[in-house]
Structures are given as C-alpha cells and as structure tokens.
Design a protein around this ligand. Structure first.
Ligand SMILES: Cc1cc2nc3c(=O)[nH]c(=O)nc-3n(C[C@H](O)[C@H](O)[C@H](O)COP(=O)(O)OP(=O)(O)OC[C@H]3O[C@@H](n4cnc5c(N)ncnc54)[C@H](O)[C@@H]3O)c2cc1C
Length: 382
C-alpha cells in the first residue's frame, strides 16, 4: 500500500517530493526507532538534510535558499512525517520563524541571520509559548523594554524548539500594555541563544516526538540591540497570525504523514497476522475499520491540498489553514487509534512503529494552536 501518491500534488512540487521520499527512505526510516528510543537530537540527519537541500529551503534564492513554495514544503512534510515525526520536526524546525524575518526584516538582518540558515551553517527557532500561557497569543507576558539603544528582555518561554541547539531565535515579546489594544502589544525580535541573562535547558522527556528537543528559556535582564527589532513595534501579533496561516497547512501535512504511516503499517500487519485459521484482514469488521481509515485520510488530504492552494492565493487563508490543520491532525489520531486496535496486544510493544505513531499523533493536535482554537477560527471566519 502506498498512500502518499503524487497525483494530488501540483506538478511544480513533485520533484522535491521525490527528493524528500528518497531522503526519508535513506536517512529517516532506518534510524527512526533508534532515535525514538534514545530520545536524542539527530544532528547527523539534520546535517544530511542540509546537504541535500531539504532543510530551510523555503528561504529565498537571493539568500542562498531554494525559495520553496508552501506546496513544496507541504509535500516534504508529508514524506518526512510518514517516516518519523520526531526527526521530521527537527528537520522542518531548523528555520521555524525565519520566514517572519524574511517577510518583515530589513536587508541587514536577512544577510546576517537568514543567509547562514539557508546555507545550512546555522539553525533557528521561534519562541512564542510560555509556561503560563500557550493558546492566548495576545496574553504572552515576556517583556521587551526599551532602554536607550537596547531592549531588555525579562520573562520565560516554554516548549521552544532549538532554544538550546539553535544559533538564534525569533522572539515574540510584550512591548506595550494597552488594555484597549490587546493585539498591538507585542513585537518580534531576533535574539542570540547565549549571553548574560539567557538561560535555556531542555524540557523533561517526552512520550512522543522524541527525536526533537524543546527548551525552557528564562530571560533575566537579557539585553539586545534595538536593531534586532523585526519590522514595526507593536505588529508582532499580526505577523504571527499571518505566519501561522502557512504553518498550519504544513502541520496538516504532519497529520497526513502520520495517518499514512498508521494505515500502511496496519495494512501490512492485518495481512500477516492469522487468527481462526485466516489472516485477520479477512474479517469484515477489520476491512470496514481500514475502509474508514482510508476514507478519513483521503478526505483530509483533499482538504489539505485545497487549503494549500487557497492559502497560496490569499483566499480566506486563516479559515482554510485552520480547517486543514484540524481535519488532518485528527485523522492521524483516529487512524493511529484504530491501527493500535488491529495490532492487538503487540500494539503496546514500544519498539513497534504503530506504538510510536500512536504517541506522536498527540502532538500536532496541540502545536501551532490547539484544535479548539482552530475551531474558534473556523467558526468565526466562516
Ligand atoms: C512538541 C512540541 C513542540 C512545540 N514547539 C514550539 C515552538 O517551537 N515554539 C513555541 O512557541 N511553542 C511550541 N510549542 C507549544 C505549543 O504551541 C503549545 O503547546 C500550544 O499552543 C498550546 O498551548 P498550551 O500547551 O499552553 O495549552 P493551553 O493553552 O494551556 O491549553 C490547554 C487546553 O485548553 C483548551 N483551551 C485553551 N484555550 C481554549 C479556548 N480559547 N477555547 C477552547 N479550549 C481552549 C484546549 O483543549 C487546550 O489544548 C510546542 C509544543 C509541543 C508539544
């Protein structure tokens, strides 16, 4: 069974999809179980991905990237996530947030910070979430206060991919406290991941996405030069909202990759496992279960590729991104749940691929906005 066929993928994105498939088969799949078990950061696979031109390549050609479109990044996401979610996140996260600097930053910032990421010499990340605030983007408390020609950062960030490993981060911080203008209180900054007042450590062990690493960062009078402000002060919330329209389509791809993994793995298992003198795929109850998985998968995939087109064309991007993210990530949880049941007792063996997928699917329904938040957006923007 081969679910991620390329006929739904626009022609211009097929070549990079094939590159991603080959890379995933050579580097991600054979190492997935081992990295999941050890819970280590896959430095060697990241380096191979950079060399293969499959990491951070949505950045423009003028900066040394490949200027990959949203649909091309989505195509890569499906393939990488089918092979392993933890390693895939590490690969796709290497430029997380850099698109904000590319869109709103000035030439000097792009040259200094984006070029090394596009060329595979540096990695970055996006610091938004906090220990006490996650879903409420306008409620984030970390402050950036102007002091002469510097900003002084205080507060905490949590869940930040590459907060330890990264060379720099795009930081979302509070620059105002206007109760009447909740959405104008935050700004974006480029910050280095070292220096006095920057303290980052890995968050505790996770049950899923184990080959990716997130950090808890504590800022204590951490100073950055004023030229590290990205774009206009007070525009951070809107920059983030627009960025997430793209990001959530890519997260839908995460869900599709995981769902494909669950279905393909289950398909193989049910054709090999015998009970009552026949392989279990011969029971109609099992056939119907797999039929439902397939139905949900194809529906989610059709919606996602339609959403990608809508977002690229700027037609109700917030609505389409939220619908695709919700549908595809929940299809992944449903398919993993059913796949576990058809694996019987073997489903809970930790070295089984289905057990890994079952744990990984818990994450995309949460990150880039929990699905309840997506439903709020879907209702409001409908
Ligand atoms: C593996 C992983 C990687 C991540 N990487 C990053 C990263 O690189 N950078 C970064 O900034 N963040 C990152 N995050 C954080 C992620 O974006 C947040 O976890 C997410 O936004 C949810 O925030 P929270 O966990 O604080 O949950 P909360 O906001 O506390 O929400 C908990 C639950 O409450 C419910 N809820 C909350 N608000 C509402 C509402 N308005 N309506 C209905 N229900 C609601 C939902 O069920 C929700 O799941 C990562 C998270 C994970 C798990």
């Amino acid at each position: 069974m081969e679910l991620l066929d390329d006929t739904i993928v626009p022609e211009h994105a097929r070549e990079v999809k094939h590159e991603a498939r080959e890379f995933a088969e050579e580097y991600i799949e054979p190492n997935a179980e081992e990295y999941f078990r050890r819970g280590e950061y896959p430095h060697d696979i990241l380096e191979a991905g950079q060399e293969a031109g499959l990491v951070a390549q949505d950045l423009g050609e003028d900066l040394g990237g490949r200027d990959l479109s949203l649909t091309e990044v989505l195509a890569i996401g499906e393939e990488f996530y089918k092979a392993d979610a933890g390693i895939a996140l590490t690969l796709q996260l290497a430029s997380f947030g850099a698109e904000i600097v590319e869109e709103y930053g000035n030439d000097a910032q792009k040259e200094e910070y984006l070029r090394p990421v596009a060329q595979g010499d540096q990695i970055t990340g996006l610091a938004v979430s906090e220990p006490d605030t996650g879903s409420d983007l306008a409620g984030m408390q970390t402050t950036a206060e102007k002091d002469g020609d510097e900003y002084v950062i205080n507060g905490e960030k949590y869940w930040i991919g590459n907060g330890v490993e990264g060379d720099w981060l795009t930081l979302y911080a509070r620059t105002d406290d206007d109760e009447d203008n909740r959405y104008g209180n935050h700004s974006m900054f480029i910050i280095p991941t070292e220096g006095e007042g920057y303290n980052a450590e890995h968050i505790p062990e996770k049950m899923g996405f184990r080959a990716s690493k997130q950090a808890h960062i504590v800022f204590d009078d951490f100073r950055i030069p004023e030229e590290n402000l990205v774009g206009t002060e007070g525009a951070g919330f809107w920059m983030l909202a627009e960025f997430f329209n793209h990001g959530r389509v890519v997260v839908a791809g995460h869900g599709l990759g995981l769902a494909a993994a669950a279905i393909e793995e289950t398909w193989d298992f049910i054709h090999g496992r015998e009970e009552f003198g026949r392989t279990i795929n011969e029971f109609q109850a099992v056939q119907h279960g797999v039929a439902d998985m397939r139905l949900e998968f194809e529906s989610a995939r059709a919606l996602t590729w339609r959403a990608a087109e809508k977002v690229e064309q700027g037609e109700d991007p917030g609505l389409w991104a939220a619908m695709a993210k919700t549908k595809a990530t929940e299809t992944a949880t449903d398919c993993a749940e059913q796949g576990m049941q058809f694996h019987g007792g073997r489903s809970v063996l930790t070295d089984r691929r289905i057990a890994r997928v079952y744990r990984d699917v818990r994450v995309p329904v949460i990150y880039e906005g929990a699905n309840e938040i997506q439903r709020n957006l879907i209702y409001r923007q409908s």
